[in-house]
Design a protein around this ligand. Structure first.
Ligand code: ME8
Length: 486
């Protein structure tokens, strides 16, 4: 049996259309899925949209639409954007789908039957933007939500609560032992300090939120949107609380190998989600890859500020490959950083058009001109082997940015080798003919390798390279891979 690899992205709120922050986490997972697939693993890559709760209901009302209609429209925008970016997901789950609701209802019933929930009164500060309660110490000095810079609403209501306490020490142990891996290290420490600082039980239902899935054992309440949204990771696999009817994909792919998420939602994914899974007798995901935030000119991307970058605009200008590359090649995974939109053209031209595009074109031209398209198998030069190794290591760890760096440096080093050797001068003298052919054969092999490495990031160009360089008896020019952009 093939080894399996299951990777997930957060399911995004449909209060607004996607921006490049959402595209980033989705692309990261897409690259990991493509790479693991290329290593012979059977992959499942899930994406989706989070469509219930007060935040979405408010956005629908603002747009003057019924929530059902509104969520269909915005979810479609995510699906269109992912298609434009060449995201190769196995499935797209929407939390308004029946298949999701069925799983959630059976999961909640199981929690109730096994005594993991209780009824209680809750009074707390709720931020609709985050769809979560905040404790005093989590708010900023002005008493505002640190993300939305708004004072949360004081809410007092009857809720059902999840008994988190019995799982706290077990989760701490899982994190410390590396059974539940978290990257980067700083996020792991943050989560550990929340766990050790004393964390309260959380509510699993809401009393006055009409747009949601009813709690099966108390239908006056709806299931708290986060609690049902987290379950998308198993509903997409067809989980069934009744083992006799367990979904084939759930049996095959759970637990997830990598869950990609932003640093804003680590408490939900690395504390609440593992606890819910444990309560349901399920295994916890193996690895959590936690990304930082993109800002634009120092400010958080937001519609009000008008600084949102639409991934569709990038695709229109740079093509799917170019857009994918520019979004992924911004910062090391886990880091925050300022997107310099005015540098996109420069970076695209430098890395893709000039470095990679030029290398592929010149090596293909030499192969046809000096070798009539026929090359012999040769070994890579040692430094190329080193790049390959650091590339594979970075991909294995989900460090997509480091992997990209390795490919770019690798291409630059082949370009450099060509410039140092000066084949155009050697070609003038028949005496160098056999050595020249050998050199060109080596570069052909190296470019083919670069094509393979590029596959997760720029799949269209990579496929063209592979096609043009695959047959040693018919090396040909794949044409312009990355047209220069002004
Ligand atoms: O939190 N830079 O959805 P969401 C980088 N529905 N990444 C960003 C970003 C930015 N500026 N803005 C958003 C939710 N992201 C919930 C998730 S999962 C069960 C439920 C990315 O639409 C980042 O991955 O607010 C972040 O965690 C996610 O989008 C939040 O998307």
């Amino acid at each position: 049996m093939k080894p399996t690899f299951y990777v997930t992205t957060p399911i995004y709120y449909v209060n607004d259309k996607p921006h490049i922050g959402h595209a980033y986490s989705t692309l990261l997972a897409d690259c990991l899925s493509r790479w693991h697939g290329a290593q012979g693993e059977e992959t499942f890559f899930s994406v989706g949209t989070d469509e219930h709760g007060a935040k979405i209901a408010e956005a629908a009302a603002k747009a003057g639409k019924k929530p059902e209609v509104f969520v269909d429209e915005v979810s479609a925008e995510f699906q269109t954007a992912w298609k434009a970016l060449n995201i190769e997901a196995s499935d797209f789950i929407r939390t308004t789908e029946e298949r999701h609701k069925t799983v959630v209802v059976s999961f909640m019933n199981k929690l109730k039957a096994d005594g993991h929930v209780y009824e209680g009164e809750y009074e707390g500060m709720y931020c609709v933007g985050c769809e979560r309660f905040y404790t005093e110490r989590e708010l900023n000095e002005k008493g505002e939500c640190p993300d939305h810079k708004r004072k949360p609403k004081l809410i007092k209501e009857k809720n059902w609560f999840f008994k988190l306490q019995p799982f706290v020490s077990e989760i701490i142990r899982d994190i410390e032992s590396g059974k539940m891996e978290m990257y980067p290290e700083k996020r792991k420490n943050e989560v550990l300090s929340v766990l050790r600082g004393g964390i309260e039980d959380f509510s699993v239902s809401r009393q006055n939120v009409a747009w949601g899935i009813p709690l099966p054992f108390d239908t006056k309440q709806n299931i708290y949107v986060w609690v049902e949204a987290l379950q998308n990771y198993i509903s997409v696999l067809g989980y069934n609380a009744d083992e006799a009817h367990q979904g084939a994909n759930f049996k095959k792919f759970w637990p997830a190998n990598v869950q990609v998420l932003g640093k804003d939602i680590s408490k939900f994914h690395c504390i609440f989600w593992p606890a819910l899974l444990k309560a349901a007798g399920l295994r916890v995901s193996k690895r959590f890859l936690i990304t930082g935030f993109f800002t634009v000119d120092g400010q958080k991307m937001s519609k009000t500020l008008g600084n949102v970058i639409d991934p569709n605009d990038l695709v229109a200008k740079f093509g799917a490959d170019g857009a994918r590359y520019l979004i992924l090649a911004q910062f090391a995974v886990g880091e925050d950083g300022d997107i310099k939109a005015e540098k996109f053209v420069e970076k695209y031209n430098a890395d893709l058009a000039n470095n990679i595009g030029n290398l592929v074109s010149r090596v293909a031209t030499m192969a046809t001109k000096y070798c009539a398209g026929v090359v012999a198998a040769t070994k890579f030069r040692k430094n190329i082997g080193e790049y390959k190794k650091s590339f594979a290591k970075a991909m294995e760890q989900g460090q997509v940015y480091d992997a990209i760096e390795a490919v770019i440096q690798c291409a630059a080093s082949v370009n450099k080798a060509i410039e140092v050797y000066k084949p155009w001068e050697k070609a003038k003298d028949e005496a160098h003919s056999s050595e020249l052919k050998k050199m060109v054969s080596t570069w052909v092999g190296e470019v083919a390798e670069i094509g393979t490495m590029l596959a997760p990031f720029t799949p269209e160009a990579a496929a063209k390279i592979t096609q043009a360089f695959a047959d040693p008896n018919h090396i040909h020019n794949p044409g312009i891979l990355f047209p220069k952009i002004k």
